[in-house]
Ligand binder design. Structure first.
Ligand SMILES: O=C(O)CCC(=O)C(=O)O
Length: 269
């Protein structure tokens, strides 16, 4: 269980690192099966693009080489990952921070930065990727490798979740991001973590990360959790019910399950 200090830290800052959520034996299996997924199914051309990137790389060569390996829904490829995303201790911690009695897994996404060339992420909130009606949503970054400033660990703007959902720069040629002159990676605090640690943050916490200059892999898997009462408006996983990891699914007014088991707005009588 979380301490009062941990809950207060999260409320103040909008993020928190939990140490050693996954013990070495579980982590070893997650790591091996993740490598299998990376080699067999993942896309190696997933680096986020856009004009913002020139503020995040040192020169054209670094920009050209920037690489991100990504794939969604690790639990569709590996039983170790099904256990990882539904881990009761993690669900309890997220539910305590969200102050809810019911919690649903919304998605999982791999972000693996290869040695030396791992791509940067612009400052952004995750809300443009999976817009929800309110703030009862948290992301968990499950660390497979030690990550520090040199390997492009996650960085947050402290307390920024209190700004609420912000308007992002969007478009066909760019990943969603916030204006680079107003929201700077240099102003963010970096949160180094060890393999087995989990970094939790609120859906509205502004974050980003730098190029991996370390010579080592920086693999992490983001797992999104929501209160099932918080209805999705748009984006990744829209209409797809997730696995319940705490409590029971409450009946949500205005939504019904269709014949295929997907959530759809209830038809007006
Ligand atoms: O993997 C990273 O460094 C950034 C992750 C991120 O921006 C996200 O999960 O939304």
């Amino acid at each position: 269980m979380l301490t009062r200090e941990q809950i207060d830290f999260f409320r103040e800052n909008g993020f928190i690192r939990l140490e050693q959520v996954y013990p070495p034996d579980e982590l070893r299996q997650m790591s091996e099966e993740l490598d299998y997924i990376i080699q067999t199914f993942a896309t190696w051309a997933a680096a986020w693009r856009g004009p913002w990137r020139k503020h995040y790389v040192k020169d054209e060569e670094e920009d050209r080489k920037a690489t991100l390996v990504a794939i969604h829904e690790m639990q569709h490829y590996s039983a170790a990952w099904t256990r990882a995303v539904t881990k009761p201790d993690l669900a309890d911690a997220v539910a305590a921070l969200m102050d809810t009695d019911t919690l649903e897994v919304h998605h999982s996404t791999l972000h693996a930065k290869p040695p030396d060339v791992g791509a940067p992420f612009p400052m952004h909130q995750d809300v443009p990727f999976y817009e929800h009606s309110d703030g009862r949503y948290m992301d968990a970054l499950v660390h497979l490798d030690d990550a520090d400033e040199r390997s492009g660990c996650i960085k947050f703007l402290k307390g920024s979740y209190r700004l609420g959902p912000l308007k992002h720069i969007l478009g066909p040629d760019t990943a969603p991001h916030l204006p680079t002159d107003q929201y700077r990676l240099d102003d963010a605090v970096f949160v180094p973590a060890k393999a087995g640690d989990v970094v939790l943050f609120h859906l509205w916490t502004i974050h980003g990360s730098a190029v991996n200059h370390s010579g080592l892999w920086r693999r992490l898997v983001r797992v999104g959790f929501r209160d099932p009462r918080n209805q999705q408006v748009a984006g990744q996983g829209l209409g797809r019910p997730g696995i319940l990891v705490k409590g029971v699914r409450p009946k949500v007014e205005g939504m019904e399950v269709n014949v295929y088991g997907n959530w759809i707005p209830q038809k007006k009588a």
